[in-house]
Design a protein around this ligand. Sequence first.
Ligand code: 5GP
Length: 196
Amino acid sequence: MKLLQETVLREGIVLSDQVLKVDAFLNHQIDPGLMLAIGKQFAELFAAEKITKVLTIESSGIAPGIMTAMQLEVPLLFARKHKSLTLTSDIYTETVYSFTKQVSNEITISKKFLQPSDSVLIIDDFLAHGEAAFGLARIVEQAGARVAGIGIVIEKSFQSGRQKLDDAGYRVESLVRVASLSGGRVAFVEQGAELA
Ligand code: 5GP
């Protein structure tokens, strides 16, 4: 997605050869026009899948997730990373390890919002090692629902997540694919564009 690639090149900050900071438009300050374009793109890509629900994880998946859900005219459901006081029973739980933050989170979703008849589109901001996407997919499967696909805003293709999700048979669509963050530069898989 050209607009997203341009924004990553202009606003992204390479923190290390593993981590890209995008707090100017996605992870802290949010660019609404860009999020709308992202939502339209995901809705188009998954139009044939008869999606009944979009599922993401708080907090950075919510902005692209809500725009996608709005375009598909279905609800957005987000997994919580901290147990809410009002979310004490009838919950699905999975453990998700974050390589970026080096902590494990217990993610939870209320059982009442996922039914076996649901076709679920999982959306997340980044794909690195696939922990978050697999955790969400396991919850969908616990509910007996179908994972219709996984939509990723920024895939770091040099990390293991993409391969693992492909091997597991999921349909993964990433709007930009980063081939490398070496030497403080963003190189994309498709065009080899670089950020000095
Ligand atoms: P995974 O679960 O695939 O290993 O990592 C994805 C999750 O970790 C995303 O939900 C995202 O919040 C975070 N993450 C992974 N890599 C990066 C990165 O390079 N930059 C940012 N900002 N977040 C990342």
